[in-house]
Design a protein around this ligand. Sequence first.
Ligand code: TMP
Length: 220
Amino acid sequence: MSLEGLFLTLEGIDGAGKSSHLDAIEARFQAAGRTVVRTREPGGTPLAETLRGLVLEQPMDPLTESLLVFAARRDHVTRVIEPALARGDVVLCDRFTDATFAYQGAGRGFDAAVLSTLETWVQGRGVAGLLQPQVTLWFDLAPEIAAERLAGARLPDKFESQPVEFFRRVASGYAVRAAADAARFVRIDASRTREDVWQQVEAALVARGAFALATTGAAP
Ligand code: TMP
C-alpha cells in the first residue's frame, strides 16, 4: 500500500499544552486545502476508546498497560490511520508510540526492547518498514511548570496524578526518543506564551513544507 498522506503527531508530558493547538493546526491544513483526520491515542476507534478508559483508570502492571496501548494502536492504525494516509489525508494525532516509550518505558521503567518488538508487530509494513509519523511536534516543558498548569484543572486521571518525578522520567524519555530521530522530531518550547507556541508550531510546519506539500499534493 502506498501511503501518500501526512502523518503528524503531537507529544509531550501532561500539562505541556499540546492539545490546545489542535484546532489551529487543523484549521491551517484545511485552509491549505487538505482533509484532516483528527484523532488521538490511546483511542480513535470505538475499541481503542474502550481500552483508553481501562488504561487511564485501572491500576495494572506496565506490561499489561503496554499490551493494551499497543492493542488500541493496532485497531487505530488498521481502521483509521492507514486508510486515511492511503486517501492522502492529513492524520493529526494527539500522541502515538513515542508516548509509550516515554510513559511505559521511561516513566514506568518497562523494558524498551519489548516495546520495540510490540512496535514492530503493530506498525510493521513489510518491506516498507515501520509506520511512523513524518513529523512529531514535541511540546517540551519543565515538569514543575506542567504540574502547576495541571493543578486544579480537572479531576486528574491515573497518569496526571503521578508525582513530578514520574514526569521527569517521562520528559527524559521524550528527549531520548527525539535525539534518536532528530529528523522527525521538532522541539517546541512550551514554556512560552500560547501565541508564541503557536508561532513555533506554524513555523516548524512551514519549514517542513507541510503546507506546500498540501498545496501541490491536493490536486482534485
Ligand atoms: P492525553 O491526556 O494527552 O489524551 O493522554 C492520555 C494519557 O495516556 C497521558 O497521560 C499519556 C498516557 N499514554 C500512555 O501512557 N501511553 C501511551 O502509549 C499513550 C498514547 C498515552
